[in-house]
Design a protein around this ligand. Structure first.
Ligand SMILES: *Cc1c(COP(=O)(O)O)cnc(C)c1O
Length: 245
């Protein structure tokens, strides 16, 4: 494989060990959540392996061990990896999630190469993704990114705007609206709880959304906390792949 590896890259045994350890943490967090009265099965929590800046060889090794979902932030890097891995043994059925910020002139590339987009926050972007999604592909799964802590500098739509955006997106036939995604302000806030409530209230208000099933919250540092507060998808980079340069 062509991509250069740098000295931050773990060897294959360390990588697989980390991945298994994260899987175990998810199981433990689900048990804890169940003890607190929220019934969650580990099969109800998807592990998204965030592979940004990491070489295709590491992705291939994880894929061959059984990891399916991968998240990428940088479009050109991601397209190179997706294309290269298409023909790699054990990598044909990978599920690619775009988790970076979306520039208007990049929507076609995203619509053509990804299975999921987790960072949707504006109608104009939703409309372009819908229009540019190739007919040969199934609808693009999308999550609305919510700026749950209402921070000035943070991307995501305002919590008050979510319902209007849901109404817009659900009318686009080439988008499949699956839920919400957040990057909270800081650990220990009640952001997870507030997002869980927003997620449930949208589900109640929109019974027509048959696949409203995904709450993407929790990263390497807070995934257990996120799961005990209702996360169904954790996005984990560092704890699997090691530090990024
Ligand atoms: C990089 C990134 C992650 C992974 O973060 P880690 O702390 O390395 O686990 C998760 N979500 C988003 C949106 C990211 O950009």
């Amino acid at each position: 494989m062509s991509q250069a590896t740098d000295n931050l890259d773990l060897n294959k045994d360390e990588l697989i060990n980390n991945w298994q350890h994260v899987g175990q943490q998810i199981v433990t967090a689900c048990q804890k959540a169940s003890e607190n009265g929220r019934k969650v099965d580990a099969s109800g929590v998807t592990l998204l392996a965030v592979s940004k800046t990491k070489p295709v060889a590491m992705i291939a090794a994880l894929a061959q061990a059984g990891q399916r979902d991968f998240g990428e932030n940088y479009l050109q890097e991601a397209i190179g990896k997706i294309t290269e891995l298409k023909n790699e043994e054990g990598c044909q059925d990978l599920v690619w999630h775009y988790i970076g910020s979306i520039q208007r002139n990049k929507t076609r590339d995203i619509a053509e190469h990804f299975d999921w987009v987790q960072t949707l926050e504006r109608d104009i972007i939703a409309k372009r993704l819908n229009d540019q999604r190739p007919d040969s592909l199934p609808p693009l799964n999308v999550l609305i990114q919510v700026n749950i802590d209402e921070e000035e500098s943070k991307s995501g739509c305002h919590p008050r705007e979510v319902d209007a955006l849901v109404n817009t997106i659900k009318a686009y036939p080439k988008l499949n609206l699956r839920g919400l995604m957040i990057i909270p302000d800081k650990a220990g806030s009640d952001a997870f709880d507030r997002t869980q409530q927003l997620f449930s209230s949208i589900k109640t208000a929109h019974p027509e959304l048959e696949q409203w099933d995904t709450l993407s919250m929790g990263m390497s540092g807070d995934m257990e906390d996120a799961i005990t507060h209702g996360s169904t998808m954790v996005r984990v980079g560092t704890a699997i792949f090691g530090a990024r340069s």
